[in-house]
Design a protein around this ligand. Sequence first.
Ligand code: PEP
Ligand code: MN
Length: 337
Amino acid sequence: MIIILKKNPDPRQVNHLRTWLRDMDLEIHYSQGSSTSLMGLIGDTSGVDLDMIKSLDCVDDAKRIQEPYKMVSRRFHPEDTIVDVCGVKFGGGNFPIIAGPCSVESEKQICFIAEEVKKSGAHILRGGAFKPRTSPYSFQGMREEGLKMLVKAKEATGLPIVSEITDISQIDLFKDVDLIQVGARNMQNFELLKGLGSINKPILLKRGLSSTLDELLMSAEYIMNEGNPNVILCERGIRTFEPSTKNTLDLSAIAYLKKKSHLPVIVDPSHATGSSDLVVPMSLAATAAGADGIMVEVHNDPQHALCDGPQALKPEVFEKLVESINNIRPFAYEYKY
Ligand code: PEP
Ligand code: MN
């Protein structure tokens, strides 16, 4: 971090700042120019509040040179992290496909879709039971019953399962869920993130609707900082001015996140586009751009789905998508750091 001091600052304030920084175990390199003085801070500055420093009377400006995160950073962990979900590996050149309906609707529905996606080559079954909906009048998910049905589909197919948690009080209900999803709306629910940091299950962390990539990484840092290293990042589209798609898929997120972090990065083209005919091309684009996997919504009867029908692929389309992904994978961009 570099702190630029104002011209002729009050020496008492500067001394006070120096003492405070030294108390934080930071080494200070002071350089006095003819018009400006700089303080270069060496050490772990992740606990330093940049806005607070900038607000001091003696400070003109302050800038971070290093990222504010440590545990998620490639700088501290150059090798790709591989997250293992019951033998399905994310990261390190693997490409798992997560598929299933937006929501669990009945045991018959989830078991049927599970068989279909397994046949086509999916590695993990998804199904929401606690649904964070914009309207309180929309289907809210089958909650505990839904999770039990999802577990039945896991037992029938052998596919590991992923489902979204919306509050840490639900954690006991997720004991048989193999990968716990934090949805876009909860990406900055810091108490939830801290709670999930102290368990030893892998976490699928989705990017918030209007969150920057560094904010996503800081949220992953919350989980890792509590002791859980098994975090998978998920780009799922962000809000932009473009109304033609539900969200805008930020493909550059893959390249940026993989450069900055060792964590696996997957893409959810279903929520990113909101439209089934856009899901296939965006899945292939994400594959080519070097994502570590994708998560796609699949429904046997999208027109009657209780949630997100317009973006759901029919099983036969999903089957073709898996084939196309497998054709593209040998040409996908490989990140080497
Ligand atoms: C979901 O995966 O079902 C979901 C609600 O996604 P997001 O949190 O990205 O909107
Ligand atoms: Mn959905």
